[in-house]
Design a protein around this ligand. Sequence first.
Ligand code: 5IU
Length: 280
Amino acid sequence: NSIVKKTYGSRVSSQANAAAKQLLETMERKKSNLCVSIDVTNKSDLLAVAEAVGPDVCLVKTHIDIVEDFDMDLVEKLTALSKEHDFMIFEDRKFADIGNTVSLQYSAGVHKIASWSHITNAHLVPGPGIISGLAKAGEPLGRGLLLLAEMSSAGALTKGDYTKACVQAAKDDKSGFVCGFIAMSRVDEADGPCEKDLLVLTPGVGLDVKGDALGQQYRTPDQVVRQSGCDIIIVGRGIYGVLMTEEGKADKVTAMNKVREQGSRYKKAGWDAYLARIDD
Ligand code: 5IU
């Protein structure tokens, strides 16, 4: 009965949220539960990575405020790639202010996130008004919101009652704008089956290293998807990390081939873990 035994495709019809529906359809169609996190600081690298791994991912995650030469042309090109390669876009903005402010941060400013990002996320620290504020801008556009129920970094305070409150807020959301969580585990089913079908997206995924120097902690796709029951793996440096090395900077062509290879490696690892999970 648990969500973890269901196929992604069979969960499409239980989605109240248009973005979540489209995401599950995309996952089933492309046989991919991989989200690439492209944390690079210039347009051309961001677009090159999106182009290279686009065919292997269901979702591209951005931190648009780190791009030094940001302009709306980047958004247009990324949107064109998302159509060409059939992936969706997730701006990892981690909103954390009162409803009125986040509504403006989401819809206005330089980045106009709501206009191009299918999915975004928020901390519940300010209380449920943050959901209403974001919904005001996002709902009319069919966008989806993930609540940050748990984080991957060492010492994170997102635990215990705080995590439970995030899960409760998602269950209580009548609008369907909240479509899931960022979490390390199947938080929605921590206390038994959940009536709502919510998504769990999980960062802190790597096959080769255990962490970084700044508190990040990595688990494997199998630990995340099969053992912990999460739905989507989010992989950043595990895929594009070669671009940060001296060799990668010197020879972009070889580096982009490596990026492509890592993309297909993580896609396979994520999907194999999912197949093992629904078969178990
Ligand atoms: N990210 C995390 N952990 C979290 C949350 C977000 O790593 O708990 I919430 C983001 C940060 C980065 C990406 O954009 O996911 C992970 O990148 P690496 O795979 O390069 O560590």
